[in-house]
Ligand binder design. Structure first.
Ligand SMILES: *Cc1c(COP(=O)(O)O)cnc(C)c1O
Length: 401
C-alpha cells in the first residue's frame, strides 16, 4: 500500500506527478525501477519471523506489496490528496474490493442508477447473492437520495460524470446525506480523473479509479486504485481483503502506470480542449439531435459540473437522429476514429452504448439512464482536433440521409 508520506508538502501538483513516490535503488536509476519479483529474501530466520509477526515492516510477498506498486500508489495518493492508496488489477477489482471488503450480509447499499455496466452488475446482481440489499436512485434527484438514505445504509456508490450520459451528481449534497445515514460514500471518479475532480474534498470517503483509462491513457494495461483518508477502513477492511483474496496489480502494469502519471495532467488538459472543440462543432449540426458535454452551457447541470470539476472532461456523448441504424452507419463510416469501448486513450474511440457496454440492461433501464438507440459515446483523443472534426463530418454526411 502506498502511504502518502514522501510528499515534502511544498511540491506543486506538476512536480508531484513527475517525482512523487520515487524510491531509487542503490543503482541510482533515473526512471522508476520495475521490480518484477514475486518474493523477497530475508537476512535471517529471525527477520522472517519478525516480518510475519508484523514487528518489522518490509516487503514480504508481491501479493502484499511491491516497490513498483508502492511508487505508483504514493504518486497517485499525492495527486488525490489522500493518505492511502491501494492499487488493484483492474478498475472492476477496485470497485469490488472497495464494496466487498466492508459489506456484511444484511447491509444496505444505495447507488446512483447511471453506472458503468459492470458496476451495475456488482451492485444489482452480485451483492444481493450475499444477502446485501441494493437500492438504485436517479443520481441527479436529491429527493430520491434523501428518501433512500433515510434508512441506515452501509455504502453509497456513484459515478460523476456518469457513463455514458454524463450526468452530474452533487458530491457535497450526497456526501452529507450519506454521512447522516452512517454510510461510506464511494465515488467512481474515472470520467473526471484526479486532475479535474477530487471527491475527498467534497466529503467522499473513498475514491476509486480504473487506471486503464486516462492514467495509462495509451491503451496498454489494465489497472485500478482505491484511495481514502480512512485508516480504519484500510487496516481493518481493505488490506486483509486484498492480501487474502489477491486482486493485486502486476508490477509491470504499475510501472507503466507510474510513468503514465508523469504526463497525466498534460494529457487530460489537451483531452479537455479537444473534447470541447468537438462538442462545440457537433452542437446544432444536421443529423445530431443532442450533444452532451459537461463543459458546455447547454448541459443541464453545467453549473454544478463546473463547481466540482475544473474542466469538462474528455468524453462527448451525442444522439444521432434516426436511432440504431443511423448510429451504426455513422460508426462504420468513420475513418480516423476507432470503434472501441475503451476510453481516455490518446486515440479517439467511439462506441454505441446501447448495443455494447450497456446491452445487458433492459430497454427500460437503458432509457432511465438516458441511453437511447441513437446515443454515441466519443472519447476524444489527442489527435489534432481538426482531423477529428473532419472525420466526424464526413461520417455524418454518409450516415444521415
Ligand atoms: C472502465 C471503467 C471501470 C472498470 O475499469 P476496468 O479497468 O475496465 O476494470 C469502472 N468504472 C468506470 C466509470 C469505467 O469507465
Amino acid at each position: 500500500m502506498g502511504v502518502n508520506k514522501s510528499d515534502p508538502g511544498t511540491w506543486r501538483q506538476a512536480t508531484k506527478l513527475v517525482r512523487g513516490g520515487t524510491e531509487r535503488s542503490h543503482f541510482g536509476e533515473t526512471s522508476e525501477g520495475l521490480f518484477l519479483t514475486s518474493g523477497y529474501v530475508y537476512e535471517s530466520a529471525e527477520e522472517a519471523e519478525q516480518s510475519f509477526k508484523g514487528e518489522k515492516k518490509r516487503y514480504m510477498y508481491s501479493r502484499y506489496a511491491n516497490p513498483t506498486l508502492t511508487m505508483f500508489e504514493t504518486r497517485l495518493a499525492q495527486l488525490e490528496g489522500a493518505k492511502y492508496c491501494v492499487s488493484t488489477a483492474s478498475g472492476m477489482a477496485a470497485v469490488f474490493a472497495a464494496l466487498a471488503s466492508q459489506l456484511n450480509a444484511g447491509d444496505r447499499v444505495v447507488a446512483a442508477r447511471a453506472l458503468f455496466g459492470s458496476c451495475h452488475y456488482i451492485i444489482t446482481q452480485q451483492l444481493p447473492k450475499f444477502g446485501i440489499e441494493s437500492v438504485l436512485v436517479d443520481g441527479t434527484d436529491l429527493e430520491q437520495w434523501k428518501k433512500a438514505l433515510s434508512k441506515k445504509t452501509r455504502c453509497v456508490f456513484l459515478e460523476t460524470p456518469s457513463n455514458p450520459a454524463l450526468e452530474i451528481i452533487d458530491l457535497r449534497a450526497v456526501s452529507d446525506l450519506a454521512r447522516k445515514a452512517g454510510a461510506s460514500l464511494i465515488v467512481d471518479n474515472v470520467f473526471a480523473t484526479p486532475v479535474l475532480q477530487r471527491p475527498l474534498e467534497f466529503g467522499a470517503d473513498i475514491v476509486m479509479y480504473s487506471a486503464t483509462k486516462h492514467i495509462d491513457g495509451q491503451g496498454r494495461t489494465l489497472g485500478g486504485a482505491i484511495l481514502t483518508n480512512n485508516a480504519d477502513f484500510i487496516e481493518k477492511s481493505l488490506t486483509p481483503f486484498m492480501r487474502h483474496t489477491g486482486p493485486t496489480m502486476s508490477a509491470f502494469n504499475a510501472w507503466v502506470l507510474v510513468k503514465g502519471l508523469e504526463t497525466l495532467e498534460l494529457r487530460v488538459t489537451r483531452h479537455c480542449a479537444n473534447a470541447r472543440a468537438v462538442a462545440e462543432h457537433l452542437s446544432g449540426r444536421r443529423g445530431i439531435s443532442k450533444v452532451i458535454y459537461p463543459g458546455l452551457k447547454s448541459h443541464p447541470q453545467h453549473n454544478l459540473a463546473m463547481s466540482q470539476m475544473s474542466d469538462g472532461g474528455s468524453i462527448v456523448s451525442f444522439e444521432i437522429a434516426g436511432g440504431k441504424q443511423t448510429a451504426f452507419r455513422f460508426l462504420n463510416a468513420l475513418k480516423l476514429v476507432d470503434i472501441s469501448n475503451n476510453l481516455g486513450d490518446a486515440k479517439s474511440l467511439t462506441t454505441h452504448p446501447a448495443t455494447t457496454t450497456h446491452q445487458r440492461l433492459s430497454p427500460e433501464e437503458r432509457l432511465k439512464m438516458g441511453i437511447t438507440d441513437g446515443l454515441v459515446r466519443l472519447s476524444v483523443g489527442l489527435e489534432d482536433p481538426e482531423d477529428i472534426k473532419e472525420d466526424l463530418d464526413q461520417a455524418l454526411t454518409t450516415a444521415v440521409r
